[in-house]
Design a protein around this ligand. Structure first.
Ligand code: UFG
Length: 329
């Protein structure tokens, strides 16, 4: 199959490109490299540097390549920044995807897998979270992704573009080879920051709040390995070709770990003390987010393979310890 991966130089995108190529698919990557890294793109993928908001750029990509399906990862994803700069998020995440859907329509490409998020739910009404739960985002990032999900629904209705929207919980870990991994600037995610402490790049990890209604008082999250997410995207494309029906799926392990448990596991994996200091709560953090991924297991035949926290942290550690400055030479 010929797959266009938008945002294929980013964290989850680059891992999905690796999986697609390992399974014999032809991959075209389009990325503006604002957040992505050229070095993260597999050498067997054809690479185009450009922005989804540029219709001429997209027409060129579709004209020069026969594309069967699109996977769209291209988006800004910092929750905190989205609150202070909402227009930046709606412009890139929503307007960019509208331009992409228009270009797909012009090129007659009718299948898309879209990178969505647990942030579409907002404060959960019950745990585990199922896809039919209410979606009330508490930040513009989640709102931008939910808006695109709605646009996809109406684009299916009007143009017959079939989609799968995948709502990820906490993406973590790195490719088992240690060749690619997570590299954000600035880094805000828990596991990379903890591992930067283990590497001596930071003095300590700040635990954002220990007075939540959870067993040890720190926030509980559902960490899902990036290669398992990549696998789900390929299964989603296969589903679209098998039944030509749009759908939305949660992707998580179904198990929650507290911030303190993650730090403790990282101490075991790295053999480093990892100093932790409790600070105040980070605004907007729900206390517990755990997915029910039963629908994806049943309908996509998806099963996470890196389903222990130690496997997730070990692969992340392999990447970070061999690339302490990320992709920077
Ligand atoms: N945390 C700390 N200290 C840090 C960083 C994080 O204690 O230095 C805590 C957070 O408060 C949170 C947990 O670690 O409780 C995980 O935080 P992350 O920033 O790693 O991830 P989030 O759960 O905030 O965000 C993730 C995705 C977002 C997505 C969101 C959905 O990264 O893209 O889930 O709620 F929007």
């Amino acid at each position: 199959m010929n797959v266009l991966v938008c945002g294929g130089a980013g964290y989850i995108g680059s891992h999905t490109v690796y999986e697609l190529i390992e399974r014999g698919h032809n991959v075209v990557v389009a990325d503006n490299l604002v957040k992505g890294h050229r070095e993260a793109v597999h050498s067997a993928a054809k690479f185009y540097e450009g922005d989804l908001r540029d219709a001429l750029f997209l027409d060129k990509v579709f004209k020069e390549n026969k594309i069967d399906a699109v996977i769209d990862f291209a988006a800004f994803s910092l929750v905190g920044e989205s609150v202070t700069r909402p227009l930046k998020y709606f412009d890139n995440n929503v307007y960019g995807t509208i331009r992409l859907l228009e270009a797909m329509n012009r090129a007659g490409v009718k299948k898309i897998v879209f990178s969505s998020t647990a942030a579409t739910y907002g404060e959960p009404e019950s745990i585990p979270i199922v896809e039919s739960d209410s979606t009330v985002p508490t930040n513009p990032y989640g709102e931008s992704k939910l808006t695109v999900e709605k646009i996809l629904k109406w684009s299916d209705n009007a143009y017959g573009i079939k989609y799968v929207a995948l709502r990820y919980f906490n993406a973590a870990g790195a490719h088992i080879s240690g060749e690619i991994g997570e590299d954000h600037d600035p880094e805000s995610h828990l596991i990379p920051i903890i591992l930067q402490v283990a590497l001596g790049k930071r003095k300590q990890i700040a635990v954002f709040g220990d007075d939540y209604p959870t067993p040890d008082g720190t926030c509980v999250r559902d960490y899902i390995h990036v290669t398992d997410l990549a696998d789900a995207h390929i299964k989603a494309i296969e589903k679209l070709f098998a039944d030509n029906t749009s759908a939305v799926y949660n992707l998580g392990n179904g198990k929650g770990f507290s911030v303190k448990e993650v730090i403790e596991e990282a101490r075991k994996v790295t053999g480093n003390d990892i100093k932790a200091v409790t600070e105040g709560r980070r605004p907007g953090d729900p206390s517990t987010l755990i997915a029910s991924s039963e629908k994806a297991v049943k309908e996509l035949g998806w099963q996470p393979r890196f389903n222990t926290l130690s496997q997730i942290i070990e692969t992340a550690w392999k990447w970070h310890s061999s690339h302490p400055d990320g992709y920077k030479k």
